[in-house]
Design a protein around this ligand. Structure first.
Ligand SMILES: [Ca+2]
Length: 435
């Protein structure tokens, strides 16, 4: 079972992963929505994720006045937490409510991308070649980062590639304005107020001027899209100029900060994140779950071999992950999977980082074919699936439109009861069968 949610990330935030960052700039890789298909557990994440839309809320002149009043009260709370008047004056002067941020925050995607579509973009030929170019251009600093933090340069580069297309889409929204808007908005006020305080602490520490503190609309900043609290916990001044600068064109501090983050979350150099495997005839699908691990040599005795047909080297305990259920790519995943997961908990994201890093290291594409004829269930369809499973006696422990472990267990139980392949995968076919 995966580790628990971090302090600020509530279960409700996790519940909304299906809506995550639907509105990143077009060339930026869209965050995977509803990717927790085959092995959804609770997660930690470096960033917030979005919630379904609430209808009927809009900004008015009255709303702006309320925002300014809120800002005045916030100033006092920030001062009480050690933010100096000069910092507050510099950072909060002229800050207005940004209704575009709220519009984006409320934007709920009903339909989500299946993992293969996500990976088509995450690990496109363009991204691979841009990544190779980035590796070449920054080879020296990436090697130094690898030597310092024990995180392979291809992994750091892959993360950079998925977060901001290697720094080319870092975002230009003023972070203070975005965070103040989201903190004023009632839905996750506590989380975003903490982020806003952290942002002010960063400014106060002299890492960045308020006008240079920009990023994506939801407050993620710089080349590797750190939220302010993650910045405070993990950002490093790698080039030694006295500032932790993840915003400027030079990516050294940002890339080192990302490596530091992965290292602090348990990255083991030399261990794969995951390896594509082939499953034998008669494979026991009940063993394909995050909580069940064996050594690769033990998996080999059960007929689970690398895609090339040999035993996977013993890199440590490993679980079998089937991102698209019994059809499509099968992965043997190691503890490094969890380290990437700490950056962003969606399976598709982790696989995207992992596979891109492998491609940058010269490895080949996945060999198995994805079930491209399928599509992912919509939010509404997931709720329907949960309702129908529960009514049929396979309790999903709630109807929330997300395919967490309880839903996967219910799907498995249903599949076992009906003699289907118990891969726990909530497919459209399964929903149609339940109908
Ligand atoms: Ca620096």
């Amino acid at each position: 079972m995966r580790k628990c949610i971090s302090g600020v990330m509530t279960a409700a935030l996790w519940a909304s992963i299906v809506q995550a960052e639907t509105t990143k700039q077009s060339q930026n890789l869209e965050f995977p929505k509803a990717m927790k298909l085959a092995s959804a557990d609770v997660m930690v994440s470096i960033r917030p994720v979005l919630r379904p839309a609430i209808k009927g809320q809009h900004v008015s002149a009255e709303g702006n006045a309320r925002f300014q009043a809120w800002l005045g009260a916030f100033r006092e709370r920030a001062a009480a937490q050690g933010i100096e008047a000069a910092t507050l004056d510099a950072a909060l002067a002229g800050v207005t409510y940004d209704k575009e941020v709220i519009k984006r925050d409320r934007n709920q995607a009903e339909f989500s991308k299946p993992i293969w579509e996500y990976l088509d973009s995450a690990v496109s030929d363009t991204r691979v070649s841009n990544g190779l170019a980035g590796l070449e251009r920054h080879r020296e600093i990436l090697q130094l980062i690898e030597a310092t933090y024990g995180v392979e340069k291809e992994v750091v580069t892959a993360l950079w590639g998925l977060e901001t297309s290697f720094g080319s889409h870092r975002g230009s929204d003023p972070t203070i304005r975005s965070l103040a808007t989201l903190a004023f908005d009632a839905r996750r006020a506590q989380f975003f107020e903490a982020q806003l305080i952290a942002a002010l602490q960063i400014i106060q520490a002299g890492d960045v001027r308020p006008e240079d503190m920009v990023g994506s609309w939801a407050g993620a900043m710089g080349h590797t899209q750190f939220m302010p609290t993650s910045f405070l916990d993990h950002a490093v001044d790698f080039d030694g100029d006295g500032r932790r600068d993840i915003w400027s064109d030079d990516p050294a501090d940002a890339l080192a900060s990302a490596a530091s983050y992965l290292a602090r979350h348990g990255w083991t150099k030399g261990q794969p994140w995951g390896v594509e495997v082939q499953l034998p005839e008669g494979f026991d699908y009940a063993t394909a779950k995050r909580g069940f691990t064996l050594l690769p040599s033990e998996w080999a005795t059960h007929g689970v071999l690398s895609a090339e047909g040999g035993a996977v080297p013993d890199h440590g305990q490993a679980a079998i992950l089937l991102p698209a259920g019994g059809q499509g790519v099968a992965l043997m995943i190691f503890d490094n999977f969890k380290a990437i997961e700490a950056y962003n908990g969606a399976d598709a994201y982790v696989i995207g980082i992992g596979h891109l890093s492998d491609r940058l290291a010269g490895q080949s594409r996945f060999q198995a074919n994805w079930p491209r004829g399928d599509r992912a269930l919509s939010f509404t369809e997931k709720k329907e699936l949960q309702t129908r499973l529960t009514e049929a006696g396979f309790d999903t422990q709630g109807i929330d439109g997300r395919t967490g472990p309880n839903t996967i267990n219910a799907v498995r139980a249903y599949q076992l009861a009906w003699g289907l392949v118990p891969d726990g995968y909530p497919s459209l076919r399964l929903l149609e069968r339940l109908r």
